[in-house]
Design a protein around this ligand. Structure first.
Ligand SMILES: C[S@@+](CC[C@H](N)C(=O)[O-])C[C@H]1O[C@@H](n2cnc3c(N)ncnc32)[C@H](O)[C@@H]1O
Length: 257
């Protein structure tokens, strides 16, 4: 039995949205939820929970509000420089490299990776899967149309090579768009893909509880092929890589042992 209005709300979210809020840090989630309620004229979480069952568009709106989607191309460029240096170590042709951008948001991370692959491993086959919980972000990723500020870290050469200007925005080259499979996936509930050579898991676990983060890291490590590489962000620091069968090779890079 729920003991307070937040717990009752968690139950409603699980029932209607299939999202388990118990796996996210309560303080941050509750603060955001109450702010959302106030901004949209709900007097309390009880009323918001009730509306979840009756207002068709509300679950997706709330999900997009609760999850943070900030992203950009080559976010934290030094990470991508380190990744570039590791790419030659990954299995080459005829093996099609399997890459997974887990928590891809608007797709900028996956597209940045594909640019690096085409520069560092020209002509070598790859399959890139990019997944997220939020369908609005995935729609934007599939559309491939970006604002200038999302391209802050993209130099002029790459802008010319990989984008076409469209009004004030920039459209990603269609062949890059076709090379990525964008798919809805909940890291806290859905089965993981197998035999991945490289997984990018960055800036996603920030609101996960420690238990949820631990569960996800075990899952990601199991998803790696032998010698596969897991790249994390600063919010996903892995203190005891050996607990997951991983070995640290650079500050934010781990290899499956
Ligand atoms: C801040 S963005 C990070 C995007 C990209 N990885 C980057 O570093 O730029 C975090 C993303 O994690 C997604 N996310 C949060 N919880 C998730 C879950 N349980 N399963 C899959 N994605 C999730 C959010 O929807 C959001 O798009």
């Amino acid at each position: 039995m729920p003991t307070d209005d937040y717990e009752a709300f968690q139950e409603a979210v699980l029932r209607v949205m299939h999202l388990d809020l118990r796996l996210y840090k309560r303080e941050q989630m509750e603060r955001r939820l109450r702010a959302y309620g106030q901004q949209h004229g709900f007097s309390d979480l009880k009323q918001l929970a009730k509306a979840l069952g009756s207002e068709a568009a509300l679950p997706q709106q709330l999900l997009s509000y609760l999850t943070i989607h900030v992203s950009e191309f080559f976010r934290d460029p030094r990470f991508f420089e380190q990744l570039r240096a590791l790419l030659p170590q990954l299995p080459g042709a005829p093996h099609a490299l399997r890459v997974w951008s887990a928590g891809c948001s608007i797709g900028a991370e996956a597209y940045s990776l594909v640019m690096l692959l085409s520069e560092e491993r020209p002509g070598q086959p790859y399959q890139v899967l990019a997944t997220d919980l939020d369908d609005q972000s995935l729609d934007k990723a599939r559309r491939g149309l970006y604002r200038e500020e999302e391209l802050r870290q993209v130099d002029l050469g790459r802008r010319r090579r990989y984008f076409a200007a469209e009004g004030k925005e920039f459209r990603i080259r269609p062949d890059l768009q076709r090379s990525i499979t964008f798919r809805h996936h909940d890291l806290l509930a859905d089965p993981y893909p197998a035999e991945q050579d490289l997984i990018l898991f960055r800036n996603v676990a920030i609101y996960f509880t420690e238990e949820a983060k631990d569960q996800v890291l075990h899952g990601l490590a199991r998803s790696l092929a032998a010698q596969g590489i897991l790249m994390v962000g600063s919010t996903e620091a892995i203190l005891r890589p050996q607990d997951y069968g991983l070995r640290q090779v650079r500050p934010f890079f781990f290899v499956r042992v």
